[in-house]
Design a protein. Structure first.
Length: 575
């Protein structure tokens, strides 16, 4: 019987993956598309380069800014680029790796949503809700219009986090604490702040869980949940803490003001589509619609909630949670909520209030499952089929790019990098790269302008007299032999940032930024012969958190393998 049950679950997962096919067909066809965040191609490649240069964890993209380098992964969410770099390392083209990241987000999101819904709803209800979770207009915007890789991955991981949180509070298995910490860790590094936006979702879910299942919650659930959350935070600390503490070095956080990008109510309701940008006012050329099926689900949800208002059980409770969450999300996407937004110290960093369409997608999916379960058992399968068909049919035309292009990886490399190419580097900078702004690379406080040409050499004498002989060991390590006729100032054409160290004759030498670019400078190097090394490596602060992350990860593995022995590991993947 158990094997039969496992086979049925396997077929359900296969069916869910099959449901994904219409949404991902453009991702598996030949050719490429060019969404707003096309620069993620460069990010994937620089992540690959950073890892192959021995950076663990990777922080510095060595080929940004005319090879001056930029510590993008010290601030920018790294998880999507870990995934993309893995595909690239496995031999996929750069453009294929880009598309495969989105393919992964689609598959793990629909399965994760099914597992989360299955904790409270029937099989058919969970299938319908997970299908709607995918076939919502904003998901198509993420993939084919914006190319918002981190946002799409965070949305995919969110139901897994919710799934594990509910499992932690309902049973005592220590393995859940360990697995929950891993999903929290992945969620934290998937996007800079979507984890923060999702906190109200998580906290209110816990309140409704306690309200509806208070007597059935496993003893000590608070301690287990705190331990899992704290452990997930510690595992992510190698990236998260330096990203927070070292933000002070960056001149500005965003070129977009949050108050300029609140969607109008009409834009949320009326179906529309476009591949353009979000602008001030109502002239946006991008869709902010919630979705016809989603809105229909909300209306039906109100009817069923009114009918069941006197029934206090976990199904109606989570239905109320989803409906109230939907209403609050709509309010937060309205300009009238600006005073609430301003209570958040870094509210402008969030940029676009319409990002909260992520949450309307989540809440309407839960309401869909709730509605199905409020029907009689005989009509559930038919209603599920109708809901899935409507979801696919009414959004299918959105799940496609504006146009397909057929370009090589090096076509994009020549646009995004000065000389770096796949196979063989270029000797000259392309005209396309000269017009490539790299405006998402926010300059440090000490930089007045970005470099606009390749340096003649990595090291040069700014003041003084003598000769330099530079040897490139790697893109993060250089050796310079000098013969100075007088005390000299030496400039290194790499962007000054904590992590670059200079050693003169084996002794660490004080560095400072050099204007106007903010490159690395050392002053008053004595006359004579010297051996100078320029090296990128972890600072003491980052190294401390690297060790903390590894130690916390080991603790999570120990908790997993030392958990309750009467429960099989495969129980984590049981429905």
């Amino acid at each position: 019987m158990k094997n039969i049950s496992l086979h049925k679950k396997f077929y359900i997962y296969l069916a869910l993956i099959a449901v994904c096919i219409p949404a991902v067909t453009p991702l598996i066809r030949s050719g490429f598309y060019e969404p707003h965040d096309l620069h993620h191609l460069a990010d994937i490649y620089q992540m690959y380069r950073a890892i192959t240069l021995g950076q663990l964890p990777p922080r510095l993209g060595p080929d940004f800014l005319y090879n001056f380098g930029y510590p993008l992964f010290n601030f920018y969410y790294p998880l999507p680029f870990y995934v993309g770099a893995l595909f690239f390392a496995l031999g996929f083209k750069l453009t294929a790796s880009y598309k495969l990241v989105f393919l992964v987000t689609v598959i793990i999101s629909i399965i994760g949503m099914y597992k989360f819904l299955r904790l409270n709803f029937s099989k058919w209800a969970s299938v319908s809700g997970s299908a709607l979770f995918l076939y919502t207009p904003y998901r198509a915007v993420q993939i084919y219009v914006r190319g918002a890789m981190g946002e799409a991955l965070a949305l995919a991981i969110l139901p897994w986090v919710l799934w594990m949180i509910v499992k932690i509070v309902r049973n005592k298995d220590t393995k859940n604490v360990a697995v929950g910490s891993i999903f929290i860790f992945l969620f934290l590094i998937a996007h800079n702040y979507l984890w923060f936006i999702s906190l109200p979702v998580i906290l209110t879910l816990l309140l409704f869980e306690k309200y509806s299942n208070g007597s059935k919650l496993a003893k000590g659930w608070q301690k287990r949940l705190i331990l899992s959350s704290f452990l997930g935070f510690l595992i992510s600390s190698y990236w998260l803490i330096p990203a927070i503490l070292e933000r002070k070095y960056i001149d500005r956080l965003t070129p977009f003001l949050l108050e300029d990008h609140f969607p109008f109510i009409k834009q949320l309701i009326v179906p529309s589509w476009g591949y353009g940008s979000s602008v001030w006012g109502a002239g946006d050329e991008i869709s902010f619609q919630i979705g016809i099926v989603n809105l229909l689900i909300v209306l039906l949800g109100v009817i069923f909630l009114v009918k069941t208002k006197n029934k206090q059980n976990k199904t109606t409770s989570i239905g109320f949670w989803a409906f109230l969450g939907f209403l609050f999300t709509i309010f937060m996407m309205n300009i009238r909520s600006l005073p609430v937004w301003k209570l958040i110290p870094f509210y402008n960093f969030i940029q676009f209030p319409w990002r909260l369409l992520i949450l309307t997608t989540l809440f309407t999916s839960v309401l869909a499952a709730f509605i199905i379960d409020m029907m009689n058992k005989k009509s559930r399968s038919l209603t599920t089929a109708i809901l899935i068909i409507l979801s696919v049919v009414l959004t299918f035309n959105y799940f496609k790019p504006n146009k397909i292009v057929h370009k090589t990886d090096n076509d994009y490399m020549s646009r995004m990098f000065a000389t770096e190419r796949i196979g063989k580097n270029a000797s000259e900078v392309s005209d396309e790269h000269k017009n490539w702004s790299e405006d998402y690379l926010l300059l440090p406080n000490w930089s007045e302008e970005k470099p606009n040409e390749l340096p003649i050499d990595v090291a040069e004498i700014l003041k003084g007299d003598g000769s330099l002989n530079t040897k490139k060991v790697s893109d993060t390590k250089y050796e310079v032999n000098t013969l100075l006729n007088a005390p000299s100032d030496i400039n290194f054409n790499k962007l000054y940032f904590p992590g670059w160290y200079v050693y003169v004759d084996g002794e660490k030498y004080k560095t400072e930024p050099s204007k106007p670019i903010g490159s690395i400078k050392i002053t008053d190097v004595p006359r004579g012969q010297h051996s100078i090394k320029l090296v990128w490596k972890e600072t003491r602060l980052r190294l401390a958190f690297d060790i903390l992350s590894i130690s916390s990860l080991l603790i999570a593995f120990l908790l997993f393998y030392k958990g309750d022995e009467d429960k099989k590991i495969k129980s984590f993947f049981a429905t």
